[in-house]
Design a protein around this ligand. Structure first.
Ligand code: SF4
Ligand code: SF4
Ligand code: SF4
Length: 334
């Protein structure tokens, strides 16, 4: 039996969690654990990142276009800026949110004086959806509003199917999907690897506008090779780092920094299509040490819907959303 958002919120508000569980279908229970052959992704090399935030600015701009992850409509919308000062001069998000799909943060240890040094050093880090090979968010969604493209592996969202249960948020080991709590009809928001741009021969805006090659787009198999090659380079040597895409003719000659000998995303959560290299340990950059190397097949809708605490969370959240929606509609005289 299919369920729309209105049915879901009504059922949740009425306290019918188990009824809800029995009505939804485990649509995504079985999922491949293999990397799709044409999988695309991003390699982020924190040692090349200068923290300019061009990727953040352009992520907002190009996802506020029709079919972008922040718009979905036929019309472009104003990029949803976030202000932390009363003057409202700067777009200043501190973390991922329903308005910010990509965030650059800075991590430091001790005095934080030297870039990429594990002692008294600092590093930038770029956070957005990892596009997991076996995505827990897709497994947990009871109505297949989140899907993994079988060809290129992009994990994308169909807002018309979403019932607002937020199981995807609970299931994601990287805490990526965000919810538009402030809206009357909230949606889930997360990076979709700029898949709306592919038809025009374009690729991820964050990579296209990264001036240093810290973020590069390409086939995951090529990105893996490039990442592993960088780990064999000698610290202090010169290397021509590709800029924008992994196979780009546009390169930037730079001195190789000391890397942590690990490509993050090769194995974590069963492997991801977003890969990272860094000079500081990944746990210092905010990545959870407890994320296992295996995929998370247990986090399916069928499993998660039997956990009473999860049902309670959804009931409370669903009821609150319903109350907010109802209140707003009343204000509007609907
Ligand atoms: S990082 Fe989270 S939201 Fe992104 S694909 Fe993986 S499970 Fe889904
Ligand atoms: S791939 Fe697109 S949506 Fe994802 S972080 Fe980069 S610019 Fe933003
Ligand atoms: S655009 Fe490139 S260099 Fe600038 S902050 Fe983003 S990843 Fe770093």
């Amino acid at each position: 039996m299919s369920m729309n958002r209105r049915d879901f919120l009504k059922t949740a508000a009425a306290g019918g969690g188990m009824l809800l569980a029995s009505q939804a279908m485990p649509v995504n229970a079985a999922m491949s654990k293999e990397l799709p052959p044409e999988a695309v992704g991003i390699l982020y090399d924190a040692t090349l990142c200068i923290g300019c935030k061009s990727c953040m600015v352009n992520c907002k701009t190009y996802n506020s276009m029709p079919k972008g992850a922040l718009s979905y409509g036929k019309e472009a919308v104003e990029p949803p800026y976030e202000y932390s000062t009363p003057e409202k001069i700067w777009d200043d998000p501190h973390d991922l949110s329903a308005k910010t799909l990509n965030v650059i943060k800075v991590a430091k240890k001790g005095t934080g004086a030297a870039k990429d040094m594990p002692e008294n050093g600092y590093s930038f880090v770029k956070q957005h959806c990892m596009h997991c090979i076996t995505p827990a968010c897709v497994s947990a969604c009871p109505v297949a509003a989140l899907q993994k493209d079988p060809k290129n592996g992009v994990v994308y969202y169909e807002e018309n199917k979403c019932i607002g249960c937020r199981y995807c948020q609970l299931a994601c080991p990287f805490r990526i999907p965000k919810y538009e709590f402030s809206k009357a009809l909230p949606q889930v928001r997360k990076c979709q690897l700029c898949n709306h741009r592919y038809a025009e021969g374009k690729y991820s805006a964050c990579c296209e506008f990264c001036p240093t090659g810290a973020s590069i787009f390409g086939k995951v198999l090529d990105l893996r090779k490039e990442a592993q090659k960088r780990l064999t380079l000698k610290t202090g040597d010169q290397y021509d780092f590709p800029v924008q895409t992994v196979d780009s003719k546009n390169t930037s000659r730079r001195t190789v920094s000391k890397y942590i000998s690990h490509v993050y995303g090769m194995k974590e959560a069963g492997g991801t299509q977003y890969l990272l290299l860094a000079g500081l340990p990944f746990e210092m950059l905010g990545f959870d040490k407890n994320i296992k190397d295996e995929a998370l097949p247990d986090l399916t809708w069928a499993y998660i819907s039997k956990i009473p605490a999860v049902i309670a969370t959804v009931l409370i959240g669903g009821a609150a959303t319903w109350a907010v929606t109802k209140g707003r509609n009343k204000d509007k005289g609907e």
